[in-house]
Write a protein that binds this ligand. Sequence first.
Ligand SMILES: [Ca+2]
Ligand SMILES: [Ca+2]
Length: 150
Amino acid sequence: MRLELLSAVLCFVATASGARCPLGFHLHRRSCYWFSNVKGSFPEVAAYCRYLESHLVVVSSAVEDSFIRGYAIRRGKAPMYWLGATDLNIEGRWLWEGQRRMNYTHWNPRQPDNYRGVEHCLEIAKAASNYLWNDYVCDQPLHFICEKEL
Ligand SMILES: [Ca+2]
Ligand SMILES: [Ca+2]
């Protein structure tokens, strides 16, 4: 009887821990990630993530970067994704979510180049770079990645 109760509790704990991420999000370490199946401009997709009670992904370590790029390469269906950083406030000063400094970066060689003076949002593209970082025009409609910390 007591053993049955214990196994029932363990089963409940296992189910609960496996269900911590919102539907469609993928767990990695202490965060849940959603690789979108829709596209939008940078401000539009930031709003999508907020609607899903998350934010555009903040990539703050090599481990997180490897997960994001690995997932995009193996399972992603989109050629490009928005990440959650811009240099909108001051040209050349890249901030996560408009506030946090970048301690980790993984730019494609020769990026960010602020091409034609109008690239202020961070994206990753499969073509040529296998999802290394690039600055791009914010109003282009791209897929995106949302993150929700546990
Ligand atoms: Ca720029
Ligand atoms: Ca660029």
